[in-house]
Design a protein around this ligand. Structure first.
Ligand code: NAP
Length: 520
């Protein structure tokens, strides 16, 4: 059994056995590794990041930091096959699921390398155009964004051990802020292998990257006003982090990416033989089966005009029936396992709550034993589309519920918005007026509105895919946070400051374009 250590202050260090957690293979139940962060000097790690990592990163230009990200993407990609094998063992991921996580990680690092290259040889961001403040242009303002001088603590969820860590790291490091990464414990063996690659590569300056392998311990107690916390996980833990007394008292920035009861809406104009309908079916099937449904962006509620429900169940059933459920390490398996027995228990409970208000039409069996922690894709149809359990509860597995509705756009959007704020909603329609109303009604409640139509068939990346140049996050229960979105992703790690003074100085030193300013 592997003992997973933490990488702190430039060294790998084991935690004590107190509170240690065993990591298992969720298909076989075999114990693979143990991790603990008890007894580690996390205050020292924060101080090391601030005094060693931060100054080294801030001394580099965006182009130089971009070079680091590109090199990191290459170093991780080199070990792709080993990481894929580990993802099957420790994460229950099929080869396709593992690639989604790992290529997402390297792809996001590479994307931020290219955004950084475009930012040039500067060390701060120019924020919009400068403006005249006084009666004449002599007194001027230019907004800029400068890196925070503290440490970025990243608390990640178990379901994307590679991508989750890389997407947060990419933004912070490019901004010039050192990171402490804390993975979800269930899949920490994969995150640990990636952390080893990062540390052993020697690509990053000393102190720019540290890794806590185990529980969060007292890490948050040591943070101050120049530090920040980016959290991804359940809404319940998100509330605990946001409400942490020390963070509140010291005004520490907190970004929360939490769970979301995402929806897909089939509009009444979409015919069975249209490209849009095909895309609707294949995206729903992908969301239900990819990573065994353990994706924060996966569709949980499927809104279908009432008279079409039986057809949709039949068509989804045909496609779901072709997805082989089984050992994730075997080629050809399309649906792997849940990450561990705890997740299986969570799905068992969630499904029981849904069964009270919906009929199971496909699947529905949950094993009573812990291993393999596997559930076949399960589709339900709501008895009452308004039932609270469907809108309030995220069942984090290959489970979705069809909600019949009357075909009216406002009925559909009101039902979707009952999720209380989501990461993404997909709308399938070729009716421009219907879609426009839907977008405007749904947008205040969602980080992304994804539109499927005949015009984008074969071109559109699926709604469940989080892209580096598109914002990720959502209001309300989704955590009210925001990540990524290209250079916007650096905002969280930087302070926006209005520099006010003589235009000749301010515009020349801090502005983007030549505004015809006087000499300094
Ligand atoms: P979780 O149980 O909330 O844990 C998330 C992270 O928080 C883990 O690293 C966990 O550490 C840590 N944590 C637990 N208690 C904490 C505390 N008191 N203070 C600070 N950190 C604490 O979530 P999960 O089960 O790992 O992930 C599944 C959930 O994440 C799902 O609900 C999913 O929707 C959501 N998710 C959201 C997004 C998004 O971008 N919005 C992306 C992926 C997943 P331990 O592992 O050591 O307990």
């Amino acid at each position: 059994m592997q003992i997973l250590e933490s990488y702190l202050q430039g060294q790998w260090r084991p935690g004590t056995d107190t509170g240690a957690r065993d990591l298992v293979n969720p298909f076989t139940g075999e114990t693979l590794a143990r991790c603990s962060a008890s007894g580690l000097d996390l205050a020292g790690a924060c101080a090391y990041a601030r005094t060693v990592g931060g100054p080294a990163l801030r001394a580099l230009t965006f182009v130089e930091r971009a070079g680091l990200l590109k090199a990191l993407a290459g170093a991780i990609h080199e070990q792709r096959e080993e990481l894929i094998t580990l993802s099957a063992a420790n994460g229950g991921s099929t080869r396709g699921d593992a690639k989604f996580d790992l290529d997402g990680a390297t792809g996001t690092l590479a994307a931020y390398a290219s955004f950084g290259k475009r930012l040039g040889d500067r060390r701060f961001l120019v924020d919009g155009d400068g403006e005249q403040l006084g009666r004449t242009p002599r007194f001027w303002v230019q907004h800029v964004r400068v890196p925070l001088t503290g440490v970025a603590v990243h608390i990640n969820a178990f379901n994307f051990p590679g991508w989750g860590m890389a997407e947060k790291m990419a933004c912070a490091l490019l901004a010039g802020v050192p990171v402490i990464e804390k993975p979800g414990e269930q899949t920490a063996q994969i995150a640990h292998a990636i952390a080893r690659i990062v540390a052993d590569s020697g690509i990053l300056p000393d102190g720019a990257f540290q890794f806590v392998c185990g529980g969060v311990e007292d890490l948050l107690d040591h943070l101050g006003p120049q530090d920040c916390v980016a959290f991804t996980g359940s809404a319940a833990t998100g509330r605990v982090v946001r409400g942490h007394a020390g963070l509140v008292e010291r005004g520490v920035r907190v970004n929360v990416e939490a769970d979301s009861v995402n929806a897909a809406v089939l509009a009444p104009d979409v015919d069975d033989d249209s490209a849009t309908y095909e895309e609707f079916l294949s995206n729903v099937v992908m969301d239900m089966t990819q990573k065994a449904g353990q994706k924060c962006t996966a569709v949980r509620r499927i809104l279908v005009p009432a008279e079409r429900v039986d057809d949709v169940v039949e068509h989804l059933g045909e496609q779901l029936g072709r997805q082989k459920v089984g050992d994730p390490s075997v080629d050809g398996t399309r649906v792997g396992t849940l990450t561990d027995a705890r997740q299986l228990a969570h799905v068992r409970d969630g499904l029981a709550a849904l069964r009270a208000v919906a009929d199971v039409r496909i699947g529905g069996d949950v094993p009573s034993t812990d291993y393999p922690a596997q559930v076949a894709p399960t589709l339900l149809v709501a008895k009452d589309s308004d039932a609270d359990a469907i809108h309030d509860h995220e069942v984090f597995g290959p489970v979705a519920t069809i909600l019949p509705y009357d075909g009216d756009v406002r009925t559909a959007t009101a039902l979707v918005n009952r999720g209380g704020g989501g990461l993404v909603v997909s709308v399938y329609s070729n009716d421009a007026a219907w879609t426009e109303t839907a977008v405007l009604e749904l947008a205040p409640f969602h980080g992304r509105v994804w539109i499927g139509s005949d015009r984008v068939k074969g071109q559109a990346l699926p709604p469940g895919m989080v892209l580096p140049n598109v914002v990720h996050g959502g209001p309300g229960r989704a955590g009210a946070g925001e990540e990524l979105g290209g250079v916007r992703g650096l905002d969280f790690y930087t302070q926006r400051t209005a520099v006010q003074g003589f235009q000749g100085f301010v515009a020349k030193r801090f502005g983007a374009a030549d505004v015809g300013s006087e000499q300094e």
